[in-house]
Every structure is written in structure tokens, then in C-alpha cells.
Design a protein around this ligand. Sequence first.
Ligand SMILES: [Zn+2]
Length: 270
Amino acid sequence: MPELPEVETTRRGLLPYVVGRSIARVEVREPRLRWPVAKKLPHALATARIGSLERRGKYLLFGTDAGTLLVHLGMSGSLRYLPSPAAPSVHDHIDVHFAEGGALRFNDPRRFGSFMLTTTPETHPLLKELGPEPLGADFDADYLAATCRKRSVAIKQHLMNAKVVVGIGNIYANEALFRAGIHPARAAGRIARARFEPLVVAARDVLKDAIEEGGTTLRNFVGGDGKPGYFRTSLRVYERDGLPCIACGAAIERRVQGQRATYYCPRCQR
Ligand SMILES: [Zn+2]
């Protein structure tokens, strides 16, 4: 599933090819995504010029003079820029053709992605409840500590709650807690104040490392498969159950929390 680093890598890969271009037409071959693509979307976007491409959580926001095109990649979606688009294959559901030539192609085998146009992104129901960006200034130790106060929920699940902070998915929550030495099942409200600073730094570092690694796959967005590489090489604890902890040598353990796999070192993480 594309997580924040993959979405940010997609944004950076597409940026030079879409911003400043004008849309000639939008071709929707399969509107049945997680939410149906609005019938009026192609008409509304025709002749619109893309002025910006931003990210909020795992949403890509294409700013145009006809509104903001909000794209989510769902479980299996990808976007790529094609200088001269070949005939679409079965899961290529949408093409955005540019007046200057070339097209942006949306592929999504499982169709959990979404493609919608809004004129009020700040108050859009999918965006308005989202917590701060983990790499932004609003996500700091004071903020995180305040959200944890008196909460009995496990810290890992708390970090994965998009209302608390966006874009910390399962892999990155595991990695951040390992780096911060915090046990993933510890109640959010029972973490000492001094431990929030290292936790925030760890969460940011894990995401930044993944985005940096993703930079090596930017070419995949032009003509390629539109999929950033998954950033496994820098993982220190995820899917390492039974293997020795890289810090202390104890065997990494696995448990399930909220139906998601959790990996941790029973010695280093308290
Ligand atoms: Zn350890």
C-alpha cells in the first residue's frame, strides 16, 4: 500500500511534468473507484491549467484554475507521466491528456483509489479531519504529548491515527518506535514527557530516510510503472521477527495490534 513516503515520491516524480501544463481532455474508462468518479469531472477539468502539485497526508492535490483535483492511490494505485501514451491496459482507468502532448495515467488494479474535484479543499470531508503533517512544524513533542494525555490506547495505534498525525503507516510506526526505544503496546498516556522529543525525531527521520531512498526511483514516473520502490533496505525492525536486534542481539518479536503486525525488541523497547 502506498504510504506517505511513496506518495511524496510520486509527487516529486510528477512535479516537473505536470505543473504549468494545460489539460486538453480527461478520459475516464472506469469510474468505479472507491468513490465513483463524478460524471462532470472531465468537462470541468477540460482546458484547466495545473498550477501546483501538493500533498496532504496521502492525498495528492493538483491545483488547477477549475478547482483542486484530489487523488488518492488507495491500496494499489499509481500515477505516471507518459510522453506519448500507448494503448491503455486493463487497469489504466483514467488518462489526463495535456494540450502540450503527453498524458498523466492512473492505474489501480484494486480500485480503492479516488479521483475527485473540489473547489474547497480546506473543508473537504476527506481532508478537514486530518492531523498535522509529520514533517511539518505543527508536529512536535508538545503537540504529541498533549494528544497522548490520559489516553489508554497503545502508542503504536495512536501514531497511526490520521486525526493525530497523518501518514505514519504501519511500517513507519514500527520503525519509529524501535528507533525511539518505546514499546509499541505501551499506553499513550503512560509515556514520560521526556520521551516525546526522541519519538518525534524518530518518526521524522524514518519518513525522511524513506523519501530520500525513494528519490532513486524518480525515473519510474516517466514512462515507467509509476511505482516507487518500497523502502525495505533501511528497515531495522519491520518483518525481522526471530532475527537478532541490530542494537542488542535479542530476538525481535512479533505480535498483532489492531489487526496490524507489530515488530519490536523486547529488550530495547520499554
Ligand atoms: Zn534490542
